[in-house]
Design a protein around this ligand. Structure first.
Ligand code: SF4
Length: 351
């Protein structure tokens, strides 16, 4: 079925046939804890008769989210430890995250920022906080790239987005503006002429990183939305989270990466799932992830190969999960070398 608007309560999901009666109480308990939203485009994609449907698994609350493990964290990649002013995360010298909004069109059940996003999350930056965030960028000539994320920055109105872009456009040392978004696949109608104009309003080279996890997300409407962005002169790259029960299969991953390329989206990041609270049911081991990624080599074109990335828990940055910077340890765990050369246990030791 399709819905006229996003479903944001368990009652609405149940009415749409997406939460069976027997699971309703647990789903309601999850919804008390974490935000819920499923857009009409996704409701129309879910096969309600398939208990293993990979689209439903990403967006419909599940009792497994009520289980948290000792190694899981509220801020798994350490955003808050690297936030010098509200709305900015400055982890690496030449780039910052600008988190203007903490709302998303959908709420992914595996989200690594699930403690920050949603109606109860960190909200939208006030005008004063946005001024301070833009000033922080303007005062630091080493900042070459600004990455708008959140939340999903494409939920902002074209008018607000355009205002932010024009301010970034006035900062000479910022050369690249990058957006991280799920909107082209989960709410493709939003990609209209006004939004595209706003995305380009900085006059900088603009990259759009599209988050998609399963080839079925590429509906005809989604592909058309992606084409509108690329035809407007923006470069698109991908990000995918490796998720048990969604895409932990070589055939699905290969099809997904080919679908990105066929739609002019260059595969960029394949993320190992983070240690977000209540997400253990999505996590593969690092050894399982490495074996899957290895199986892509030779199987699909080099154009279709993403970088397999692990965000080192605690805010130590990213590491290539299939590189020499990851060493297997005798205890079955791994040791990760961050970009500064410091070593970290993975999974991290729990006191
Ligand atoms: S769109 Fe991104 S930030 Fe929003 S819930 Fe999904 S993973 Fe989290």
């Amino acid at each position: 079925m399709t819905a006229a608007r996003s479903l944001t309560t368990i009652a609405e999901l149940a009415d749409a046939g997406l939460v069976p009666e027997a699971k309703r109480a647990d789903a309601a308990a999850v919804a008390e804890r974490y935000a819920v939203a499923v857009t009409p485009a996704l409701v129309g994609l879910i096969d309600a008769d398939d208990p293993s449907d990979p689209i439903a698994r990403q967006f419909v609350p599940d009792a497994a989210e009520l289980v948290t493990l000792p190694e899981e964290r509220a801020d798994p990649i350490g955003d808050l430890a690297h936030s010098p002013v509200e709305g900015i995360v400055h982890r690496y010298p030449d780039r910052v995250l600008l988190k203007a909004v903490h709302v998303c069109p959908v709420y992914c059940r595996f989200c690594f920022r699930r403690e920050m996003v949603g109606p109860e999350g960190l909200g939208t930056l006030s005008a004063k906080a946005l001024d301070a965030a833009i000033a922080y960028i303007a005062e630091r000539p080493e900042i070459w790239e600004v990455i708008l994320t959140g939340g999903d920055p494409l939920v902002l109105s074209p008018r607000r987005l355009q205002a932010i872009m024009e301010r970034l456009g006035a900062i000479a040392h910022v050369k690249i503006v990058r957006f991280h978004t799920r909107v082209p696949v989960v709410d493709p109608a939003r990609i209209d002429a006004a939004l595209i104009d706003a995305l380009k309003a900085s006059g900088k080279t603009t990259y759009i990183a599209l988050h998609a996890n399963h080839p079925r997300e590429f509906t005809a409407d989604a592909c058309a939305a992606i084409a509108r962005i690329v035809d407007a002169g923006m470069v698109m790259i991908s990000q995918t989270v490796l998720l048990k029960g969604v895409n932990d299969d070589a055939d699905v991953l290969a099809a997904l990466m080919r679908t990105f390329v066929e739609n002019r989206v260059k595969p960029y990041y394949l993320h190992h799932p983070d240690l977000a609270l209540g997400t253990a049911h999505f996590r593969l081991t690092l050894a399982e992830g490495r074996a899957l990624v290895e199986s892509l080599r030779g199987r699909v074109s080099g154009l279709c190969q993403p970088a397999y990335i692990l965000d080192i828990p605690g805010g130590h940055g990213k590491v290539r999960a299939d590189s020499m910077a990851v060493e297997a340890a005798d205890d079955g765990c791994f040791r990760l070398r961050d970009f500064r050369g410091d070593m970290h246990a993975y999974p991290p030791k729990v006191d």
